[in-house]
Design a protein around this ligand. Structure first.
Ligand code: NAD
Length: 270
């Protein structure tokens, strides 16, 4: 059931790869809440063709953009404004990729060229998206931008590898650009720090099954699902969260503030 929280709002959703993607679930929720959408992903991801199913379901055009490429982003924003017949109200940045993880390099043996690419795709791309919107004055006042992050930005999860550094940078860009965009246009910028979730990007983390069940046991509410995350994104895009900006918002069933749980103690006593 929808609440019309996004009625009349227009948004760009980056990063829907397949139906497991958090961006995919968020697009469906935004549509259900009355938003008009444009979907975007890297040209190589579009070639998989899956996104066309989502495009049909949410009646949105798909416009390819490599999020590290400023010309692609300019084209995406210009075409989106043309499609909407006006400015944009919200953006979901749901993008992450680690070249070192993909190629099996341990954190201590990092390849720095790959690392630069990882940081560009997973973190500086948020700056590039915001900068493009800023240059084109593409966002309406009180617009809302959300990027997805993980608690490895604050605490060590060894196998999260260089993505921990990427997420720290992403959260920092969120605060820094959020300040300037807030002053200029009352645009808000936040990150949502999501529980581990079974998606293509998520499953790339070594030992993901152990990771996900540990988090489940360490969270009083259990892990937040992709659908739960999509709902939270809707709230952040809506006028119900107008004064929230420059924040890293934990969406993890309480994991981030739990020292230990009874379930973990019992496991240790076995
Ligand atoms: N799955 C988890 O456990 C989890 C937990 C916390 C945060 N997150 C974050 O959520 C976000 C979405 O990931 P997901 O779990 O839905 O996985 P996903 O694999 O479905 O999504 C990642 C997306 O990034 C896109 N992408 C990669 N390189 C790109 C480029 N150069 N240009 C444009 N797009 C590009 C991919 O095509 C894909 O659609 C990521 O930022 C991820 O780090 C995921």
């Amino acid at each position: 059931m929808g609440y019309n929280l996004l009625k009349g709002k227009k948004g760009i959703i980056f990063g829907a790869l397949d139906e497991k993607s958090i961006a995919w679930k968020t697009a469906l929720k935004c549509y259900e809440e009355g938003a008009e959408l444009v979907l975007s992903n890297a040209p190589v991801a579009l070639r998989m063709g899956e996104i066309n199913k989502l495009a049909e379901a949410v009646k949105a055009p798909v416009i390819g953009a490599d999020v590290t490429n400023m010309a692609d982003l300019k084209n995406l924003f210009e075409k989106s404004m043309e499609h909407f017949g006006g400015k944009i109200d919200f953006i979901l940045h749901s993008i992450g990729m680690s070249v070192n993880v993909r190629k099996g390099k341990h954190y201590t043996e990092m390849n720095y060229e790959w690392n630069a690419k990882t940081l560009d795709i997973s973190a500086m791309s948020l700056h590039k998206v915001l900068r493009t919107a800023w240059d084109l004055d593409a966002l309406n006042e009180w617009g809302s931008v959300v990027a997805l992050t993980y608690i490895a930005a604050q605490r060590v999860f060894p196998d999260y590898n260089e993505m921990a550094d990427a997420k720290s940078l992403l959260e920092s860009v969120t605060r820094s650009f959020g300040y300037h965009y807030g002053e200029k246009r009352k645009v808000r910028v936040n990150t949502i720090s999501q529980s581990p979730t079974r998606t293509t990007a998520g499953s790339g983390v070594k030992g993901f099954d152990g990771f996900i069940s540990y988090a489940e046991k360490m969270s009083p509410l259990g892990n937040a699902s992709g659908e739960d995350c999509a709902n939270y994104c809707v709230v952040m895009f809506s006028d119900m969260s107008r004064m929230v900006t420059m924040q890293n918002l934990f969406h993890d069933g309480g994991f981030s503030f739990t020292g230990v749980t009874q379930a973990v103690i019992e496991q240790m006593e076995k």
